[in-house]
Design a protein around this ligand. Structure first.
Ligand code: KIV
Ligand code: NA
Length: 264
């Protein structure tokens, strides 16, 4: 497989081919995911939960993210590496630039920030400095304490409108990609159609330009999986087969099924 770049991802969207993203935190799984055809490896700050055992992503540091990004880079075989900027590492423009530089030096090709239209300035400055940015909208887990729990976002008209406008403003500011978490499927479909940049979904229905899941969730290791998770280990003989089944299901739009999504 030729190296996946931003150009590859834009081309997939234009051709209506689904983009396959999966979280990844180490070299062994990076190689396995690449062998299964995963196109984007996300070093998610979900590592705070699944690797470190915290009950949220808030304790994760830039150094933690850089360490796991470097591990993934060593096992990567052509995927695009996307790394999360952790909690409070991009509160100011200076912080966003410094934190992103650390992740890019560790091997990331793109960074991800959680928020909304207010990130436009940061996204623009990052792009000007050679750093593509993906903005995570909807249920942004770093804001769990503001939301008062992990809840579907965009069910009310005001919040749905805010998200639609944020998508357009962030594309305008030079965002390379968007990620929608736990938003009604119809809203996610509408946002995906409204921008030219790829939109990846998790708990956002089948009509986004691609899908992402947390590795440990899709391998059936989470005793309390969210509604949007499918256990791809079920019926498979190996982890390698489960990863291939995930890629295949995303590419053929058989995952997510309607029951994995949320209504408005
Ligand atoms: O940290 C993470 O794993 C993520 C995905 C759930 C999108 O941000
Ligand atoms: Na994350």
């Amino acid at each position: 497989m030729a190296d996946v770049t931003l150009t590859t991802l834009r081309g997939l969207k234009q051709n209506g081919e689904k983009i396959v993203m999966l979280t990844c935190y180490d070299a062994t799984f990076a190689a396995a995911a690449c062998a299964a055809g995963v196109e984007v490896l996300l070093i998610g700050d979900s590592l705070g939960n699944v690797l470190q055992g915290h009950d949220s992503t808030l304790p994760v540091s830039v150094a933690d993210m850089a360490y796991h990004t470097a591990c993934v880079k060593r096992g990567n075989q052509g995927a695009l590496i996307l790394a999360d900027l952790p909690f409070m590492s991009y509160a100011t423009l200076e912080q966003a630039l410094d934190s992103s530089a650390a992740l890019m030096r560790a091997g990331a090709h793109m960074v991800k920030l959680e928020g909304g239209a207010w990130l436009a300035d940061s996204v623009r400055r990052l792009a000007e400095n050679g750093i593509p940015a993906c903005v995570h909208l909807g249920l942004t887990p770093q804001s769990v304490n503001v939301f008062g729990g992990y809840k579907v976002q965009g069910r009310d008209a005001a919040r749905a409108r805010e998200m639609r406008e944020a998508a357009l403003a962030l594309e305008q500011a030079g965002a390379a990609m968007l990620l929608l978490e736990c938003v009604p499927s119809a809203l996610a479909a509408e946002i995906s159609r409204s921008v030219r940049i790829p939109v990846i979904g998790i708990g956002a229905g089948v009509d986004t330009d691609g899908q992402v899941l947390v590795l440990h969730d899709m391998l059936g290791l989470n005793p309390r999986p969210a509604k949007f998770v499918r256990n791809f280990m079920a019926g498979q003989a190996s982890i390698q087969d489960a990863l291939a089944a995930y890629t295949q299901a995303v590419k053929t739009a058989q995952f997510p099924a309607p029951e994995h999504g949320f209504s408005a």
